[in-house]
Design a protein around this ligand. Sequence first.
Ligand code: KG4
Ligand code: ZN
Length: 341
Amino acid sequence: MTGSGLVLGIESSCDDTAAAVVEAGRVVRSSVVANQDPLHAAFRGVVPEVAGRAHLDRIEEVVDLALERAGARFDDLAAIAVTQQPGLVGSLLVGLSFGKALAFARGLPLVGVHHIEAHAYAATMEHGEVHYPALALVVSGGHTALYRMEGPGALELVSRTLDDAAGEAFDKVANLLGLGYPGGPALSRLAATGNPAAIQFPRYRAKPGRPGFSFSGIKTAVLYHLRGQNALAATPPPEDIPDAADVAASFEAAVVDALVEPTLKEAERGGYRTIVAAGGVAANRRLRGALAERGAAAGIAVLLPSPAYCTDNAAMIAGLGWHHLVAGRLAPLGLDASPRG
Ligand code: KG4
Ligand code: ZN
């Protein structure tokens, strides 16, 4: 029933138009991501209408390129997997409608994939054996949460951020420092030249026994550091921030701490043998290093995706889609998009 084992994945939940061909859930034959950053940069954030239209303009070309790079034709495919939730509904609908039309026209099974489950799966895709249950830290521009992961796609929420996602905090602080959008990677590059101990930004600590995250306090602390304590003062232009590299490094250190501490604590409390981390912020070098170091000290395996599979991509959709296909979890052609997780 899985035939060739080749699954075409389609992802369009936010501002990346992506398609990939993955064999048997793990061998990435192609992965194409058309990034829309230049279209949203002027607005310093994703504009949903612009994102939806750009997906529409690019989806056909991106899917064709993924098939071409994989050396595959539609007849070679076992199924089409498409992100169904959560995300911007106008964006999700483009990939979903395209996937449904292809499945119908080519007589292929359709599989609906949950974006967050796919991020967590990405962390396991490139590794051999995974000891479940794993504790999954999914940390991106829209999400920051811990899940108990019993297997591919089997996630149960443990706790999520009380306010902002960590990636959003990276983007907002990068914006304050004049680093453009999306700011995470640029802020991280600047941080590498600064002193992470220069400024003590606050780290949120949840009540004992309750793992939790919060990033609004760190964001506000950076704002006040830049403005001085005068709430009515304007934020200085980037060229007037002499300690920008120290701010970036200290902010990054605070966010990494606020992610790693609760994750390790919960992993030890719950007796987990594996931690997986995924989502755009999992591409961050400091976070990867801290998780690996703390995991090794605690005797817990830490699995991370390659940076290309941390940020939004369709290989994770095709990969998890294959597991759904094998388990017979097929979607009807009436499958609808859902903005919620
Ligand atoms: O997973 P993703 O591509 O999209 C969402 O589902 O949100 O994550 C994008 C987020 C952005 O906030 C971006 O600034 C952040 O991930 N990001 C990083 C790094 N690379 C991407 N944050 C910190 N350091 C990085 N190296
Ligand atoms: Zn994502």
